[in-house]
Design a protein around this ligand. Structure first.
Ligand code: PLP
Length: 361
């Protein structure tokens, strides 16, 4: 069996150890004689695992008892409307720091629920930078401030945590969660679709501080209510059991690697190797993102022409390097080097890049 070098942006690579563990437990999970997909979500075994995943998430993030971990469905995209729907009261407003496609998508949904103020780095439909602290203007009376820590499509990432004033800070961490330590006490809520650094698609993790949750509205549809999800431990209805199970195993893997400081070291190394190859290619490969805003998770770059980029994608695939075509809205090349991608994968991909350059110059 040969595993692909998987640079897909999401769903993305899952650690081999996680897949092997799931494989070994597939037919008989915890001595039940059933797979985890076949047991009741009201069973003792399931509930233990569900609670374990929440506790492990908090432990890895360094979150105390004042945080609630919710397992929701509908993808990170559903948080774009659930957040304002739950939190924005009549006449309320929120501030959005927009540095990419997904932040912009979040604004579109939030505008349905209240007044939204936007600070954006968009220039002619393109995002190549992160807001500087001096560019951030927030309203102290805003209900919350929203940001996206890593821009999956445009390949940029916040490398500092902005001062945003007294309003609660909410962060969409879908594409860099648990790739590095972060100051949990700066946030009131973070959320992430699991399918990049946390496991498979199907579950969205919402971590919310109880003080922020307490301000959520009551009168909204049951399945869209943060308060209902929290009061029922995300078990009001049937949760995405298998996705949560793989999430639990992935969190166990993160802990076994040494947690966030250890993963950050590996991620720094992968990014150093890859950007090093781009910068030393004498312009053959070019990264359009400002140097101080380059993403450690989604490395984007261009070649001289689209024809050459197409050839690159095709030959990479033939060499076992999968998922390198840039997002359809931006074109170019994107290597998504999430936690599960090892340094060795990046090294052999750089060898491929050098070889491609030699043959196609
Ligand atoms: C930063 C970010 N936010 C939100 C989303 C949307 O996630 P989902 O497909 O789970 O709705 C994505 C998807 O790639 C993303 O990268």
């Amino acid at each position: 069996m040969k595993r692909a070098i998987n640079f897909n942006a999401g769903p993305a690579a899952i650690p081999l150890e996680v897949l092997e563990k799931a494989q070994s437990e597939m037919l008989d999970w915890k001595g039940t004689g059933m797979s985890v997909m076949e047991v009741s979500h009201r069973s003792k075994e399931y509930e233990e695992m569900h609670n374990h995943a929440q506790a492990l998430f908090k432990e890895i993030a360094g979150m105390g008892d004042d945080w609630k971990i919710l397992f929701l469905t509908g993808g990170a995209s559903s948080q774009f409307f659930m957040l304002p729907q739950n939190m924005l009261l009549e006449g309320g407003s929120a501030d959005y720091l927009v540095t990419g496609h997904w932040g912009k998508a979040a604004v579109k949904e939030a505008k349905r629920f209240g007044k939204i103020n936007v600070c954006s780095t968009e220039r002619d439909g393109v995002f190549t930078s992160i807001l500087k602290q001096s560019e951030i203007k927030t309203d102290p009376a805003a209900t919350y401030v929203h940001m996206t820590s890593n821009n999956t499509i445009f390949g940029s990432q916040w490398h500092y945590w902005p001062e945003t004033g007294p309003a609660p800070l909410v962060c969409d961490m879908s594409s860099d969660i648990f790739s590095r330590p972060f100051p949990t006490d700066r946030f009131s809520m973070i959320y992430a679709g699991a399918q990049k650094n946390l496991g498979p698609s199907g579950v969205t993790v919402v971590a919310i501080k109880e003080s922020f949750l307490a301000k959520a509205k009551e009168d909204i549809p049951t399945m869209l209510s943060y308060k209902v999800a929290a009061a029922n431990n995300s078990l009001y209805n049937t949760p995405p059991c298998f996705s949560i199970y793989i999430l639990d195993l992935t969190l166990g893997w993160i802990k076994s690697q040494g947690g966030l400081p250890a993963l950050q070291k590996v991620n720094d190394e992968k990014a150093r190797i890859l950007y090093g190859a781009i910068d030393s290619s004498e312009g053959y490969y070019a990264c359009p993102v400002d140097k101080d805003a380059r993403s450690q998770m989604n490395v984007v770059f261009r070649l001289k022409s689209e024809v050459l980029e197409e050839k690159f994608v095709k030959e990479a695939k033939a060499a076992g390097i999968i998922g390198v075509k840039g997002h359809r809205s931006t074109g170019g090349i994107r290597f998504s080097i999430y936690n599960a991608n090892q340094v060795a994968n990046v090294k052999s991909s750089v060898d491929f890049m050098k070889d491609f350059q030699k043959k196609n110059s």
